[in-house]
Design a protein around this ligand. Structure first.
Ligand code: SF4
Length: 698
């Protein structure tokens, strides 16, 4: 029985279409789970890949025991899986008599409220400022009493970060089974459920946090597992570098100061924090000293690492960073005072707070020493991040110092993948022109040992791109780097003409805010005149969710977007029928991490552009292209305004990676009266796919 038939018994009022691609993918996953090994499965838009892995995953877990871990990158997909897809699959399997399976959604520990810490903060009137005052604490109390999940995002109202630090669940301040609220504890309850579940749904951040803990031989968050399914898998390699990094931040130091002792002008005695509850002689002075030293340390670090004309990006850690002693010494003093507080604490609760905070101090010093002493040797890149807010005011100071592993692929392979029986990676973008080499390399699965174990599968979209999409390519556009000004002018001209013709209904995707603003300048007047709503990423008060909501509702609107609009955005129907991609999405090769990675590739005799920059940009373009067609009835145009796809030798790699569709070459892009939608007037209509079009370029 195919997937659609199996699900149709539990879906009312909707006829599910049989999709051979979905069945093929489900069968490949079933075999991988049974036989073991790695499967990389790329599935085009509309395949319905979530059902293609959820059904075999749960069948496997029902037969062999769980848990199967399913990991996603975005919250949107996680919510869709947990709220929509999983309930259907669970019902369908039960109806088939396969048994009743259980699935649990697990988030990172810091997302859960600690009931004990909340009670402690309330009892001792130790609340951090919430901005809104005492009523907000009342709201937290009410929410904590009624919430079934107890995670930050389910509160439904904002909780100030300082306040959350004070009441969230964390390993340093947890009593475990000795805690009075252990049985109903949000975090431990979900963990217990996870131990008995057939499937645990997590995000990549938690998957990697669990890995980082286990790498340090600490207790992980997830129970032992041997089957892993990674959706949106193209994000995993980059996230691994970020999440396996070791970091110390100034805000972490200042948060610690606040929880130790701070002056609250509004309260009667004016003092709050742990040392206000357990007074210890000299604590006030010691905490202030630590605060000053921490600020001084990050200030010195910033001045040594970041140039005066610095931008908001990472810089290499200086050869001679400020001494760790600046922070370690005052913290050691505080540790001693916390030890005294621990022994004189009036309750077990406060004793635990003091002990946990001591452990936090030790962890901070350990991490800082590790980074400053370059504990990873040449295997990591050591960087300093500026304080972006201060930078805007013309002040140079650092906000964080980090050690980021250079070869996260070997860590993923060694610690995450090779210990699993079966791992499935899936996404709409894993291959570059049907070649999975880049993704295999990024995960460290390209060695001879893995050659037999890694299988790949490519299932195309069930949509008819040849009928649904026309791809416009410019015949002559200025070079985006060599003739930047001219190029931006022509892009602006083209965008205006195209938007006039389609009367909005468009996404215009950029690779930088700078260019977005340049094009916006000329487009705004036109849009105003035509009454078209212009939505712009980065404008104050407009977050991604709000921009998308208005874009979907107002079908004549236009959205100018950078970064996050290239993927994970789903706008079916007419509202998005004109997609303009201004420039090929190459990552700007700046910043110490990229430079260090590229230098390492060169040492290995590899060309960074070929093995990293190009495939990364191709996958990103595929994601961007994928925004247009979301259903079988969607139609529209994609315009790619970067001439390099036809003028550079490597340009064909981009074109051959896109789905086959009608290609139209623009002979005079940017002429307003003759916009691309007047097909034929100014264009050479070439009813060929990008794949066949490349022959013409040769
Ligand atoms: S068990 Fe730990 S995390 Fe849970 S409420 Fe108690 S102290 Fe907080």
């Amino acid at each position: 029985m195919n997937i659609a038939q199996r699900l149709s018994s539990v879906v009312r009022d909707t006829r599910l279409e049989d999709r051979p691609q979905q069945n093929e993918m489900a069968e490949a996953i079933r075999q991988t789970l049974e036989k073991g090994g790695f499967l990389m499965a790329e599935a085009g838009t509309g395949v319905g890949k979530s059902f293609a892995y959820l059904i075999p995953a749960l069948e496997f877990a029902l037969k062999n025991g769980g848990p199967v871990i399913v990991s996603t990158h975005t919250l949107t997909l996680q919510e869709q899986l947990f709220q929509k897809d999983l309930p259907l699959v669970l019902k369908a399997l039960e109806k088939e008599g396969l048994g009743s399976a259980s699935a649990v959604l697990m988030k990172g520990r810091g997302n859960y409220l600690s009931k004990r810490r909340l009670a402690l903060a309330l009892e001792n009137n130790q609340q951090m400022e919430m901005g809104g005052g005492a009523s907000d604490w009342l709201k937290i109390q009410e929410w904590a009493a009624s919430s079934s999940e107890g995670t930050y995002t389910t509160a439904g109202f904002p909780i100030a970060p300082d306040a959350w630090q004070e009441i969230k669940s964390d390993p340093f301040h947890c009593l475990g089974p000795k805690c009075q609220t252990f049985e109903t504890c949000f975090y431990h309850s979900v963990r217990r459920k996870g131990y008995g579940a057939h499937l645990i749904l997590v995000n990549h951040a938690l998957l990697l946090a669990d890995l980082a803990l286990k790498m340090n031989e600490e207790q992980g968050v997830l129970p032992p597992y041997s089957v892993l399914i990674v959706d949106e898998a193209h994000h995993l390699p980059a996230l691994a570098a970020e999440h396996l990094a070791t970091a110390v931040t100034l805000s972490e130091c200042l948060g610690l100061v606040k929880r130790l002792l701070y002056t609250d002008d509004k309260s009667k005695d004016g003092k709050k924090g742990l040392f206000a509850l357990i007074p210890v002689q000299g604590a006030g002075e010691a905490v202030m000293h630590f605060k000053n030293e921490a600020e001084g340390f990050f200030n010195q670090l910033g001045l040594a690492a970041i140039p005066l004309s610095g931008q908001n990006r990472s810089y290499p850690m200086p050869e001679n960073p400020p001494s760790v002693e600046l922070i370690a010494k005052p913290l050691q003093r505080i540790e001693g005072l916390l030890e005294m507080a621990e022994s004189s604490a009036p309750s077990e609760e406060l004793e635990l707070e003091a002990r946990g905070t001591r452990e936090e101090c030790r962890s901070l010093v350990r991490r800082l020493s590790y980074i400053l002493e370059r504990g990873w040797g040449d295997e990591a890149c050591y960087v300093v991040d500026p304080d972006g807010g201060a930078l805007k005011r013309g002040v140079i100071t650092a906000s964080a110092v980090k050690a980021i592993p250079l070869d996260s692929s070997s860590l993923i392979r060694e610690h995450l993948l090779t210990s699993q029986k079966s791992v499935v990676f899936t996404s709409a973008t894993l291959s570059v022109g049907k070649d999975f080499g880049y993704f295999k390399h990024a995960l460290g699965l390209d060695g001879p040992d893995e050659a037999d174990k890694v299988k790949t599968l490519l299932v195309g979209s069930p949509f008819d791109f040849k009928k649904q999409v026309t791809l416009f390519l410019p015949r002559s556009m200025p070079h985006p780097r060599r003739e930047e000004e001219k190029y931006v002018r022509e892009v602006a001209e083209y965008v205006r003409a195209s938007l006039r013709h389609s009367h909005g209904k468009a996404f215009v995707l950029f690779t930088s805010f700078k260019m977005l603003r340049q094009v916006l300048e000329t487009a705004r007047k036109d849009m105003d005149e035509m009454g078209i709503t212009l939505l712009v990423q980065g404008e104050e008060g407009w977050d991604r969710t709000r921009l998308l909501k208005v874009f979907r509702e107002d079908i004549n609107s236009v959205l100018f977007g950078v970064n996050s609009f290239w993927e994970g955005v789903d706008v079916p129907g007419e509202a998005l029928s004109n997609l303009i991609i201004t420039k090929l999405p190459f990552q700007v090769p700046e910043g110490p991490l990229v430079e260090a990675r590229h230098a390492r590739l060169k040492e290995q005799g590899l060309e960074p552009f070929q093995v990293e920059s190009l495939p990364e940009a191709v996958l990103r373009l595929k994601q961007g292209f994928g925004r247009l067609i979301r259903t079988a009835t969607d139609v529209g145009t994609v315009t790619l305004l970067d001439p390099r796809v036809t003028t550079e030798r490597w340009g064909r790699v981009f074109l051959s990676a896109l789905p086959e569709c009608e290609v139209v070459y623009l002979s005079k892009p940017g002429t307003p009266e003759k916009s691309p939608a007047t097909k034929g007037a100014l264009t050479t209509k070439t009813p060929r796919s990008p794949r066949t079009a490349k022959k013409q370029i040769d």
